[in-house]
Design a protein around this ligand. Structure first.
Ligand code: ADP
Ligand code: MG
Length: 592
């Protein structure tokens, strides 16, 4: 084919592809326009998961009728005039691409009326072609209506995810903006149902509750720090509240949500040694700095920025987070206590059994089979002074030998004596295993439920509520009786009998936490994962003191398990200190 210029329609569809990837990107661009226009009240209406309709109405400045045809042209903006302005951008938009891009892949209707105008005007574009401007009656502000998104780009349609996933992305996106702009009132309606409503009274915790649910929001720690011209503020989770992926680490730079690996790393560094391997905090952090300190023009969807002084941003976040954490969290001294080991000849305790990778939860997004460090109860196993572990000779078989209870230590571990030395049992991991096997044993025949005397209502954030709704059939199958009960609220009538006595609301929350909708197509696998998650929540925790009877019962139940040596997520339930090892440690036998 000879070189030729592309027809302008094709060129604009290609350009649109960069900005408008999915329904949530349309919502993002239109929200940013409304915020730039100084809106105090923004309503977002979504139908057909955003493909049929996205409508955003604001009470902002409006667009003068004579400028409307220009607003939908490519590279047309009121926010920038010279290249120099790029370094003092205080608006969310500046590229002048959004309306043109959206207009080329949908039917877009723009209705607007500025304060001073007598009437409004309406402009319609379909597939990039504009109809003549019409005068209409309209309230002050702007309404952008986007219908039949991607109707003329079938390839794009094919790449969209399940409707529920697209809806959830919209929920999450709008909630994040609501958090960043607490003084703006947001109403989001999806498929005729209110998904999010904020009051616009300036209370960030309100939006936080919408994002994470009331309980989690209450636990989040506040961060406020100012250093030179950088302010870092927002919320982080205490060390007891974590996720298995990095998705809940959100950053805003000057009111703009950004993805930045260095900021994420700074956040994680602040938590260093305080979290278990493979666990990640929740965080919503706002960085504010003078606009000339950050280049926002590096990414088509403005999702990335470049800091003029990356080191300042990085260490600012790290220090602010660390300070907030230390103010709220007593640091466990476990790391130090382990250093009594002599520098030679000490054999590290090791898990008795290789863990079953089938039950390893993904440590990070997209890395389904990453094995976690087996010594996950010790902070920083990588830098521990222990020499590399050698296989222990004379390792007992896969089953636990009969154990004699000695007692509980640190309200977390059971100490037991076996035929060959000492066993330390992690009570939480052990109980998880016990519950899991009981659950799976009942699974074939149907898991018995226990009806609650008093049904319990559980309120979730919109995204989690959506996930839970999709899981209701699975839940019914494993003994939960849960029904929708008002917006984002559920009524729990019965729980699996195995969980009798535990908190039904907590169990339900555990189900949606860390759940990825498109995670796995296999029903049986989804169920097993759901069960593992329920067991984790229901199991006794470290810090819970157990009576001698309970301790003995737990040991006994563990002995009965098929795979007593790992919890359902693959971590060890016990470590073994052999008599041989003890003798060497005490110098009764020659060091090797
Ligand atoms: P950008 O936001 O990068 O300037 P857009 O294509 O998103 O580009 O919008 C083009 C222009 O249309 C904006 O610069 C602004 O002047 C006007 N505009 C768009 N949406 C609104 C709105 N909701 N209220 C007022 N003006 C708007
Ligand atoms: Mg814009």
């Amino acid at each position: 084919m000879p070189i030729h210029l592309l027809p302008s329609e094709v060129a604009s569809q290609i350009a649109a592809g960069e900005v408008v990837e999915r329904p949530a990107s349309v919502v993002k661009e239109l929200l940013e326009n409304a915020l730039d226009a100084g809106a105090r009240f923004i309503t977002i209406t979504v139908e057909g998961a955003g493909q049929r309709l996205i409508e955003i109405a604001d009470d902002g400045s409006g667009i003068p009728a004579e400028e409307m045809p220009l607003a939908v042209e490519r590279h047309a903006t009121s926010k920038l005039s010279s290249a120099d302005d790029l370094f003092r951008i205080e608006t969310l938009g500046f590229r002048g691409e959004a309306l043109a891009s959206i207009g080329s892949v949908s039917r877009l209707t723009l209705t607007s009326r500025p304060h001073q105008a007598e009437a409004g005007a309406r402009l319609q574009i379909e597939g990039g072609r504009a109809a003549p401007l019409q005068p209409v009656g309209a309230p002050v502000g702007t309404v952008v209506r986007v219908e039949n998104l991607f109707y003329n780009v079938p390839a794009r349609l094919k790449f969209l995810k399940h409707d529920n996933t697209e809806r959830r992305q919209i929920d999450t996106l709008v909630t994040r903006y609501a958090l960043a702009y607490p003084e703006v009132r947001f109403h989001l309606k999806q498929e005729g149902k209110a998904s999010l409503q904020t009051s616009g009274k300036g209370d960030r915790r309100e939006a936080l509750a919408a994002l994470y649910g009331v309980e989690v929001a209450r636990q989040m720690l506040e961060v406020i720090a100012e250093e030179d011209d950088l302010t870092v503020s927002g919320f982080i989770s205490p060390t007891s509240l974590t996720r298995s992926n990095r998705r809940e680490m959100t950053f805003f730079v000057n009111g703009r949500p950004v993805q930045d690996a260095a900021l994420s790393a700074a956040l994680l560094q602040a938590y260093h040694t305080l979290l278990m391997v493979g666990r990640y905090p929740l965080a919503v952090l706002f960085l504010n700095m003078p606009p000339d300190r950050v280049d926002v023009n590096v990414h088509p969807t403005k999702a990335e920025v470049r800091f003029r002084n990356p080191e300042q941003a990085f260490s600012g976040v790290q220090r602010a987070v660390r300070r907030a954490l230390l103010a709220h969290t007593p640091v466990p001294g476990l790391g130090e206590q382990l250093h009594w080991a002599p520098d030679t000849g000490w054999e590290a305790p090791r898990p008795l059994q290789e863990f079953n990778p089938a039950w390893n939860m993904p440590a990070e997004e997209g890395s389904g089979t990453t094995a976690e460090s087996p010594v996950s109860t010790m902070p920083e196993p990588q830098s521990s002074p222990f020499p590399p572990v050698n296989p222990q000779p004379g390792l007992p078989g896969p089953h636990t030998p009969l154990l004699r209870l000695v007692g509980q230590i640190a309200t977390a571990y059971l100490v037991a004596e076996g035929p060959d030395g000492l066993y330390l049992v992690d009570q939480h991991a052990a109980h998880e295993r016990v519950l899991f096997e009981r659950f799976m044993a009942q699974h074939e025949s149907g898991i018995p439920s226990q009806v609650l005397l008093q049904p319990v209502t559980v309120n979730l954030d919109p995204a989690s509520a959506r996930l839970l709704t999709a899981q209701l059939p699975i839940l019914a199958h494993i003994g939960f009786q849960v029904e929708p009960f008002g917006p984002n609220t559920f009524l729990v009538r019965a729980i699996p009998a195995i969980l009798a006595g535990s908190d039904p609301a907590a169990a339900l929350r555990a189900l949606v936490e860390d759940f990825e909708e498109d995670e796995t197509p296999l029903q049986s696998e989804v169920e097993a994962r759901v069960i593992a998650r329920v067991c984790k929540r229901a199991a006794v925790k470290a810090g819970q003191s157990l009576s001698p009877e309970e301790q003995r019962a737990l040991l006994h139940d563990l002995e009965m398990c098929q795979s007593p040596r790992t919890c359902p997520h693959g971590r060890p339930t016990m470590i073994h200190l052999s008599v041989d090892l003890l003798e060497r440690q005490f110098g009764r036998k020659g060091a090797r």
